[in-house]
Design a protein around this ligand. Structure first.
Ligand code: FUL
Length: 489
């Protein structure tokens, strides 16, 4: 799979998740090295690293919009895959499913939102339509919707129940509308399907109040034979039109896809951002969703320090092997340890975690999934309960146009095993290389090292007892700005 995505299993990263995961780990480490070298090379070549006092050049560096900033600072969101696949026990429906099978017997969207809130998620993203084309709202665009199902006597509107529940719990609703539609006969008849798709978007973005994230999936890959319409043609999406429409109808929403434009897919479905992970990208490398190839995957995983667009990465991953609920996977729910690790490989690498928790056929979140998420939250709350550096005495010194040192005296020796680094990303992402050291006596000992920091970088290490901590930033791509250092036991 040279383009990194494929189908039968409904997992666009690889038909075989195991080998896909291993493959991406190997690639990630090789890539990280290459990207670091590229980053360093770029930094020393960059005009603004030498003439960083020119306000014109500084102004040209990409920074996040208010919506992108809020989106990233929220850190954690839940994904809900729910639809006809829930009832057929499949991952990718073929569009021939009868709406009669959609009949959740105890659906409670408010309970989804309550669980999400309890585990600290700020946004919930629902599959309003997956690849099978079945719509969870009573759309005027097709008969293939909840209106033809027995659920709520055909008068139900799950998007309505979902957004109302989110708002009642103070959460932000987001919607996934699959571009690929295996039911709609116009799919493949490009201009006509684009009209249809824009009409669906218009319904979703005008009927339900503020929608905070619009999720455009990239499946199927460009070489997947399944991705043709009834006429045997591949659909050519009008992305500029689609993006403009969302911008017009919901100017504050962030749009997710491989190609953004606001937030990008992180390049795998296992919750692992690249290291380094720059929030800036070269938009020409990933011009539209679904485009494949090694350079694309590298850009998605690592971003680009010289990138001209601010497009932070979102790490989507399911709490179970599949995206939809399957009873056979009740014993394969990720453990609390695995979920905590995911937090570190996504949020802790300047990304955002979008964790999928699929509702059951009853329309409930499964109790095992809820318990595991609660366990994750509890563990994270404990880990980050007390910042050992909060009362320390900190000094910051810029040592050159591209380097700086931050030192904290904790006041007394303390045992730490997590460093929490944060750049003020309202001014962009600047750090390209750093080392962290600690000491109690005269000798500094290495604790960790890394490349980019961005919104949040979490380093975990074997517990060390330190009184003084020193963060040496050896390379930045713009004038260094003070980084925040937290330390946790
Ligand atoms: C993929 C889809 O094919 C999966 O079914 C799922 O929706 C995942 C989030 O994205 O591309």
């Amino acid at each position: 799979m040279d383009d990194g995505r494929i189908g039968e299993s409904g997992n666009r990263q690889s038909g075989n998740r195991q080998s896909g995961d291993r493959q991406s780990e190997n690639l990630a480490s090789r890539r990280s090295f290459l990207a670091t070298m590229a980053g360093v090379a770029v930094a020393s070549r960059m005009p603004w690293s030498r003439f960083s006092f020119s306000t014109d050049l500084l102004a040209a560096r990409p920074v996040p919009s208010a919506s992108q900033l809020e989106w990233q600072r929220d850190e954690f969101a839940l994904f809900l895959h729910f639809g006809v696949n829930t009832f057929t026990d499949r991952e990718w429906g073929d569009g021939k499913e009868s709406p009669a099978i959609f009949n959740p017997t105890a659906l409670d969207a408010r309970a989804w939102a309550r669980s999400a809130k309890e585990v600290g998620a700020k946004t919930l993203v629902l599959t309003a339509k997956h690849h099978d084309g079945f719509c969870l709202w009573p759309t005027k665009t097709t008969e293939h919707s909840v209106a033809k199902s027995p659920w709520r006597g055909g008068r139900g509107d799950l998007v309505r129940e979902f957004v109302d529940a989110c708002r009642a719990e103070g959460l932000k609703p987001g919607l996934y509308l699959s571009p690929w539609d295996r039911h709609e006969p116009r799919y493949g008849d490009s201009p006509r399907y684009n009209d249809f798709y824009c009409e669906q978007l218009t319904e979703l973005l005008t009927r339900y109040g503020a929608i905070h994230e619009v999720w455009f999936d990239g499946a199927p890959g460009p070489n997947d034979p399944q991705g043709v319409g009834a006429n045997g043609q591949r659909q050519k999406y009008d992305w500029p039109r689609i993006w403009q429409l969302v911008r017009k109808l919901q100017p504050k929403a962030v749009m997710f896809s491989d190609a953004g434009p606001d937030v990008r897919w992180i390049g795998n479905e296992n919750g692992t951002a690249g290291d380094p992970n720059w929030s800036t990208v070269d938009p020409n490398v990933v011009p539209y969703p679904g485009v494949g190839g090694a350079a694309v995957m590298r850009m998605l995983q690592n971003g680009d320090p010289a990138g001209t667009s601010w497009r932070p990465g979102e790490s989507d991953v399911s709490i179970r092997p599949g995206w939809f609920y399957h009873p056979r996977e009740d014993t394969r729910v990720k453990t609390v340890d695995q979920l905590v690790n995911l937090y570190f490989t996504s949020v802790g690498r300047n990304s955002k975690l979008l964790l999928n928790v699929p509702p059951t056929r009853e329309g409930r979140l499964h109790e095992v999934d809820v318990a595991r998420m609660a366990g994750m939250r509890e563990r994270l709350n404990m880990m980050f309960a007390r910042d050992l550096a909060a009362k320390g005495r900190t000094t910051w010194k810029q040592t050159s146009e591209t380097s700086a040192v931050l030192e904290t005296d904790l006041g007394t020796p303390m045992s730490a095993s997590i460093a929490d680094l944060r750049e003020d990303i309202t001014r962009g992402q600047r750090v390209a290389q750093y080392t962290l050291e600690g000491r109690t006596d005269e000798t500094w000992k290495a604790i960790s090292k890394g490349r980019t920091i961005g919104c949040r970088k979490l380093d975990r290490f074997t517990a060390v007892t330190v009184r003084y901590v020193r963060l040496t930033i050896t390379e930045t791509i713009d004038t260094p700005r003070q980084v925040r250092l937290g330390l946790y036991s």
